[in-house]
Structure formats: C-alpha cells, structure tokens
Design a protein around this ligand. Structure first.
Ligand SMILES: Cc1cc2nc3c(=O)[nH]c(=O)nc-3n(C[C@H](O)[C@H](O)[C@H](O)COP(=O)(O)OP(=O)(O)OC[C@H]3O[C@@H](n4cnc5c(N)ncnc54)[C@H](O)[C@@H]3O)c2cc1C
Length: 492
C-alpha cells in the first residue's frame, strides 16, 4: 500500500473545491477493504484521527483533514459488475461519477443522481447524499443505493442491504462481520420535509443503510456499493426558456412543478412531467451571455427544463411546454431547444457553466464567495426567494441566484468585493439560513455540513440533537477517530 508522508506530495489532500484548507501527517492509499481494515486497526490503537477522502470536490471541507491521517480511497476504483438484466451495478468507492455515467450510457442505461460536478467519486456522492438536476424526478443519491459494504472505525466490516435492517422503536440493531452486535439509539429530531443533506438521516422506522448515506465520512469507510441503474428513456426533451420578467419565470416553474406532480400521481404520459426544473436569475445570465449567444438579450431570467419522452408523448410534450411558456409571457421564438445530442450536451454545459463561471470570477478577483444551499417547502419558496434577494439588495452586494427551483432549492451566491462586504454577506448568509429553518426547511439541501457549516446544523436542530448525533457516533466509533470535525466539534 502506498503511504505518502512528504508534505509536497500531499498538498492536494489538504484542500477541497471550496478552498477549505487543513493539515495531516500522512496519506494512506489502500487498494482493498482488507487494507482499509489494517489502517483503521492501527489508527484506533493509537487514537489517530482519520479523514476519508474522495476526489476533493466537496464544498464544505468534509474531506479535508485538520490533523492525523488521510485515508484516500482513490485506488479502489473498479466497476465490478454492471447487470443490465436486474438493473444494478457493483462498484468500488473511487469510480468517477462521469466514468460510471459514460459506461452505463454505452449499455443503454443511466444513473440519475447527477451533481453538477461529475469529477466526484461515487463513494463521495454517497457519503454526502449528493443530488442534482434530475433529483426533481428521481430524488437524491440515497434512492439508488441498494447495498453498502462499510469498514467501521475498529476495522470491523458491515454489510448492509436495503430492506434487511429496519429500526424498531427508534433503535437500530446491527451485526458486524466478526459477530459484534451494535445497538444504536436514534436521535429524536425531525428532519425537514424538503430536499436535505444536513446531519444524520433519522426516523423511527428507518432502514439502517440510510444512516450511513450522507454521514460525511463520520461513521465508516464505504468500500463497496450496489447501485440501482435505469434503462435510458426513449428520448429527452431539453430546453431553456427565457422570460421578460422574473415573476413570470418563477410562476412558470410553480405551474410546471404542480403539473409534474399531478402527472406522476396519475401516471399520465400525455402531460407535462419535468425531470429537471432549474432557474437562472438575470445576474446569472449576465455571467453566461458572452459564452452563450443563445441567451435572449431581453431576458430577465431563464428556466432550463427536461422531460423524458416515450413513443406516446414525443410529439405532444413539446407543444404542451411551448403553451406553458407562452402563458407566462415567454417568447417561443427564443426558446433554446436541444434538438440533437450535441445541442443537449451544450444545454447541460450551459447549466453547469454558472458555478464554474462564478468560481472563476471569484478567484480572478481574489474574492471569497458565500454560497447558500438552502431549501424550503414548496409553498413558502417564492416569498422566501424574494426575502433572500431583498437582504442582499438592501446592502448593495453583488450576487447571483440560481438553483434547483423544482425542489425549492436556492443557490444564492453572495460575491463580496472587500472585507466589509464579506462581513455583511456573512450576516446575511446567517439570516438566510435562519429563515429557512423557521420555514421548516434546511440549511443544506445537497452539499452537506462538513466543517464549514457546523454552526448552521446547530441552528437547525439545536444542541440536544447534536449531542444525540455524537452519542450515536460514539457507538460506532468510540474513540471518535473518523471524520473528525465534520457535522459537529468534539473534544474527544
Ligand atoms: C462546481 C461544483 C458543483 C457542485 N455541484 C453539486 C451539486 O449540484 N449537487 C451536489 O450534491 N454536490 C455538488 N457539488 C459538491 C460535490 O461534488 C459533492 O459533495 C461530491 O459528492 C463529493 O465527492 P468527492 O468524491 O469529491 O468527495 P470528497 O469531497 O473528497 O469528500 C466528501 C465527503 O465524503 C466522505 N467520503 C468520501 N469517500 C468516502 C467513502 N468511501 N466512505 C466514507 N466517506 C467518504 C469524505 O470523508 C467527506 O466527508 C459540487 C461541487 C463543485 C466543485
């Protein structure tokens, strides 16, 4: 097994995509679950903190060590099996999401969880319960995880199959490979009924596998995974519609969301049924205009949507969408439709370009971004959106607002130009999170908590809930060596 100890060689492991920085003494690169077990047995004996690393695309510092060692999964990167008869794949944790998606596409299959960044490892996406545009239809990563092989902090192995271990009266009983029995008292807090990636997933009758999904490297090392995969749809309608006024674009999303929910509950193929509904405000469009001449110069906002097509609705779906666009004052002549594969790829790039354009702008101007990842219940979303905007506009701060509005999930990125604005932005960021919590929403819908959002997790659930999370972790990791500093701070 490779072990890196020369500081020059380990700098990449000390930072993530949010520029969160840390320290460590060594980086271990195991090639199998057995080597993971060996590392953890040594670490626990010496009480050395272990930070599990995926591909460092995280945005909260969760894969960045503050001390101890890094266990990088990067050598465990094989696709072990793709079974197109039973619709599943077995993979090691460091398979790149984009490689997995490409491989599946060649076989006529796809894997719906699609965080905007595809350079992440599948293990990282499971540990953060990542989601993306298609989450509007398919939900987050957790919906596609069927089995997990996990090495616990003491080196013991756990194999969890969905449906096999269900909580009873708020207690999960787990049996590890060496025969150890673990009884986990689940915390009492109630999770918000919105897209959510904040803290441990808990409810009274939960499946044990769900506790580990989204646990941000604090409960065990994921060493093997069975994922559900789906056959590619017959075709996909992919479009960007532009609206002359923001309120029209937002009303378009509200109506498309309502129609999609109703089509799903009635299993109707002859109506609007979006799989993605994404919003871009005027400031976001201004970032994109130079690279994308397709952006309507009169647009105040845009909506990118996708709908999967069947042979039954391939002709009618586009008509229904164009009618809806017209109803909300969109110019149908300006609609940017992905006609062929090349166009559809360009539309995807357009959606993805906003986060990279903003990041480029930030680093070019040596600024620090304050990026929200909040979601609230659908019925509260519009008021909430205008409230968040009013806070930044009142202080005349630069910002872009975009996001997965189908899921009432807002990325409002504040772009402070100096330290004074940064401090004002931080206060606003906190108010935005506070309001989301008051409305029954979440402080993190997809990026997770990591090290940089701990205070907001505390704000969301309160101290008692955090203590319950710590107590739960201590059953699985008594010496508290894994993912130290993620979700909560602990002294031991
Ligand atoms: C431009 C950009 C856009 C993004 N857009 C989205 C988006 O739309 N949606 C979204 O959800 N995320 C998004 N992200 C965030 C990011 O891609 C995800 O958080 C990703 O899932 C992390 O994967 P990783 O392999 O890079 O993990 P890392 O960042 O290395 O680690 C993330 C966490 O996973 C843990 N971990 C990693 N591997 C394992 C394992 N095998 N076992 C146990 N724990 C493990 C780590 O300890 C850490 O806590 C974006 C990031 C960027 C840079």
């Amino acid at each position: 097994m490779i072990v890196k100890t020369i500081q020059d060689e380990i700098q990449n492991y000390l930072v993530d995509a949010s520029n969160f920085r840390g320290n460590c003494d060594a980086v271990y690169l195991p090639e199998s679950a057995e080597e993971v077990e060996q590392i953890l047995e040594i670490a626990i004996a010496s009480k050395i903190k272990v930070t599990i690393a995926g591909n460092h695309t995280g945005l909260t510092g969760s894969g960045v060590p503050q001390t101890g060692i890094v266990l990088s999964t990067e050598k465990m990167n094989r696709i072990l099996e793709i079974n197109t008869k039973e619709n599943y794949a077995m993979v090691e944790p460091a398979v790149l999401l984009k490689d997995f998606q490409n491989e599946l596409k060649q076989l006529g299959f796809f894997y719906p969880p699609d965080p905007t960044e595809t350079n992440c490892f599948l293990g990282g996406t499971i540990a953060t319960n990542a989601s993306g545009a298609k989450t509007f239809k398919y939900g987050a990563t957790r919906n596609f995880v069927q089995e997990l092989e996990i090495v616990l902090a003491d080196g013991d192995k756990l194999l969890l199959k969905r449906g096999e271990v269900i909580a009873e009266k708020g207690v999960l009983s787990l049996s590890a490979e060496n025969g150890n029995h673990l009884s986990l008292q689940l915390p009492n807090y109630k999770m918000p009924k919105v897209k959510n990636a904040s803290g441990y997933f808990v409810n009274e009758t939960m499946d044990a596998i769900d506790l580990f999904i989204g646990s941000e490297g604090t409960l065990g090392v994921i060493t093997k995974v069975k994922l559900k995969i789906l056959p590619l749809p017959f075709d996909v309608l992919s479009c960007v519609a532009f609206f002359p006024e923001e309120k029209e674009g937002l009303a378009f999303i509200e109506e498309a969301r309502r129609l999609s929910y109703s089509s799903r509950s009635s299993n109707s193929l002859e109506s609007i049924d979006a799989r993605a509904l994404e919003f871009f405000d005027l400031h976001s469009l201004n970032f994109l205009r130079t690279d994308y001449p397709q952006v309507d110069e009169k647009a105040a906002c845009a909506v990118w949507f996708e709908q999967e097509l069947t042979t039954q609705n391939e002709d009618t779906a586009a008509e229904l969408w164009l009618e809806l666009i017209m109803k909300h004052s969109g110019d149908v002549e300006k609609v940017w439709i992905g006609v062929d594969e090349k166009d559809k790829t360009l539309l995807h790039e357009f959606r993805h370009a906003i986060s990279s354009k903003v990041n480029e702008y930030i680093s070019r101007n040596n600024l620090r971004k304050l990026g929200t990842d909040v979601a609230v219940p659908d019925e509260m979303f519009l008021d909430y959106y205008f409230y968040c905007k009013s806070l930044v506009e009142k202080e005349s701060l630069d910002y872009v607002a975009y996001g997965h509005f189908g899921n009432s999930h807002l990325h409002l990125n504040i772009l402070p130009r100096n330290e004074d604005e940064f401090q004002k932005g931080k206060t606003i960021y906190k108010m935005i999170c506070q309001k989301a919590v008051e409305l029954g929403g979440t402080v993190s819908a997809e990026h997770g908590i990591g090290k940089s959002k701990r205070e907001y997790l505390l704000m969301m659930y309160g101290e008692e809930a955090i203590n319950e999370m710590i107590a739960l972790k201590k059953v699985l990791d008594p010496k508290m060596i894994l993912g130290s500093g993620n979700l909560f701070e602990t002294s031991t």
